[in-house]
Design a protein around this ligand. Structure first.
Ligand SMILES: [Fe+2]
Length: 390
C-alpha cells in the first residue's frame, strides 16, 4: 500500500552549473528594487556573482546590500527589517550559506509586519505570522542546510536563556532557488565537510521519520547515494565540479524532505545545544551522526519496535556496502560503522572544542525533543551519546 502523503510547494528550482546567469531574466516581472544579502565570506569577490550583479546594475536594477556574518539572531533580522521596511523593496535575494538564506527568508517576511521577529518564533512568541512576504530568491553558496527549499528560517539567540527556533509558514518557501554548484567550488574543506554532514543528517532523519512517504523517500535515498559517492571527494578535491554538483543536489533534496517529513533526535540535540553555546549547526550534526545512529540501530534491533525504520536502515546499508548477500541486521549495523568512518575521514571536530562541557548535558537532555526519532531514549541514554561527542 502507498502511505498517504502531502507535499509543501517547493520553490521554482533552477539547478546546475551556470544557472546563476538566469537571475536577470527571473527578475523581469518582479520589480527594480532588490535587497541583496550576503555572508561573511565575501561572495561579492566571486566572479560569477560579480558578473551577474553587474549585469543587473546595467539593466537598471537598484541594488541595496546587507550582510549576515553568523547564524542569524533576532537582532540581526529586526535591524535589517527596520532599515528596509519603509524603503521600496521588490525582492530579497540571499547569496550565501544557510545562515544568509535563513536571514533573507525571515527578513522578506518581517518587512510586511511591524513587530519583532521573536513574537512570531515557534516556542518563543505568541503571535502567528500572516504569511505575507516579499518575493524571495535563495542562491546557496554552500551545500548543506537545504534552506533554499524549506518553509522555515532558523533564528538563534545563544546564552543562558538562549534558543534556536524557527519562523515558519508554508508561504515562506522561497519563490525561486538557484542552485549553481559553481558557487560552492571555493567553499573550504572544513565547511564542505560539516555542511555535507548536515545534509546527510537531514536526509537520513527525514527518511526514517514516521511522516516520510514515497516521494520524500525517493529524494532522501537519492540524496544519500550522492553523499556516499561524492561527499569525501568534494572535501578532498574542492574544485571537482561533479562532486560539488552531487552534494549541492543532495542538500537541495534534504531541504524538500525535511520540510515535508521532519527531522529526528540529532536536530533535536542541535536545537537544544545551539541555543546554549555557539557551535556551527553542521558540526553538531556531523559529530552526533555516528553515536545517535548507532544507538538507534541497536535499539531497533533489540526492541523490534519499528520494523519500517530498521528496514530503511538495512536498505541504506545495502546501498553503501553493496554486500547484497548479508542479512538486514548486518546491513543496518553497517550504516553506523560507515557513518563513524566517514566522520573520522572528514575530521569533524568534537563539541568540546567549542566549549560544550559535561556540566551542560543535564540541561540539554531535559530540553531535547525527539518525537520524530524512530526510537525513544531515556535521559541516561541521551547523556551517554552526548558524552561521546565532547
Ligand atoms: Fe540541519
Amino acid at each position: 500500500m502507498v502511505i498517504p502523503f502531502s507535499l509543501i510547494r517547493p520553490p521554482k528550482i533552477f539547478f546546475g552549473p551556470g544557472r546563476l546567469s538566469l537571475l536577470p531574466d527571473l527578475l523581469k516581472h518582479v520589480g527594480n528594487n532588490l535587497l541583496i544579502l550576503t555572508g561573511s565570506r565575501s561572495h561579492l569577490g566571486n566572479w560569477n556573482v560579480i558578473e551577474v550583479l553587474d549585469l543587473l546594475g546595467k539593466k537598471g536594477y537598484i541594488l541595496s546590500y546587507d550582510k549576515i556574518v553568523s547564524e542569524p539572531s533576532p537582532d540581526d533580522v529586526d535591524r535589517i527589517a527596520a532599515k528596509f521596511r519603509h524603503q521600496h523593496v521588490d525582492a530579497v535575494i540571499s547569496i550565501g550559506g544557510g545562515s544568509v538564506i535563513d536571514a533573507g527568508k525571515a527578513i522578506s517576511a518581517m518587512l510586511s509586519v511591524e513587530r519583532p521577529v521573536k513574537d512570531y518564533l515557534e516556542g518563543v512568541g505568541k503571535s502567528s505570522h500572516p504569511g505575507t512576504r516579499k518575493f524571495f530568491i535563495a542562491i546557496p553558496t554552500t551545500a548543506g542546510t537545504g534552506s533554499e527549499a524549506t518553509a522555515n528560517a532558523v533564528i538563534t539567540e545563544t546564552g543562558k536563556n538562549g534558543f534556536k527556533r524557527s519562523l515558519r509558514h508554508d508561504n515562506f518557501v522561497p519563490d525561486v532557488a538557484i542552485v549553481d554548484p559553481r558557487l560552492t567550488l571555493s567553499c573550504p574543506p572544513d565547511i564542505t565537510a560539516v555542511s555535507g554532514m548536515d545534509a546527510f543528517t537531514q536526509l537520513l532523519e527525514s527518511f526514517l521519520s514516521d511522516k516520510s512517504g514515497a516521494l520524500t523517500d525517493a529524494l532522501a535515498f537519492e540524496g544519500m547515494r550522492s553523499i556516499h559517492s561524492h561527499l569525501y571527494r568534494a572535501f578532498k578535491q574542492g574544485e571537482d565540479l561533479e562532486a560539488r554538483s552531487h552534494i549541492s543536489c543532495a542538500a537541495l533534496f534534504s531541504g524538500i524532505t525535511l520540510a515535508n517529513a521532519g527531522l529526528g533526535l540529532i536536530h533535536g540535540f542541535a536545537s537544544a545545544i545551539g541555543g546554549m553555546i555557539s557551535i556551527p549547526h553542521g558540526v553538531i550534526c556531523g559529530k552526533l551522526m555516528a553515536p545517535v545512529n548507532r544507538y538507534n540501530i541497536r535499539k531497533l534491533i533489540q526492541e523490534k519496535s519499528n520494523d519500517r525504520a530498521l528496514k530503511k536502515y538495512a536498505l541504506l546499508g545495502n546501498m553503501i556496502s553493496s554486500a547484497t548477500s548479508k542479512d538486514p541486521e548486518w546491513q543496518a549495523l553497517y550504516v553506523s560503522e560507515y557513518i563513524g568512518e566517514l566522520t573520522e575521514k572528514l575530521s569533524i571536530p568534537s563539541l568540546g572544542t567549542y566549549g560544550l562541557q559535561i556540566a551542560d548535558l543535564e540541561q540539554i537532555v531535559k530540553t531535547v525533543s525527539h518525537k520524530s526519532n524512530p526510537v525513544q531514549f531515556s535521559e541516561e541514554e541521551l547523556t551517554v551519546m552526548l558524552k561521546e561527542c565532547i
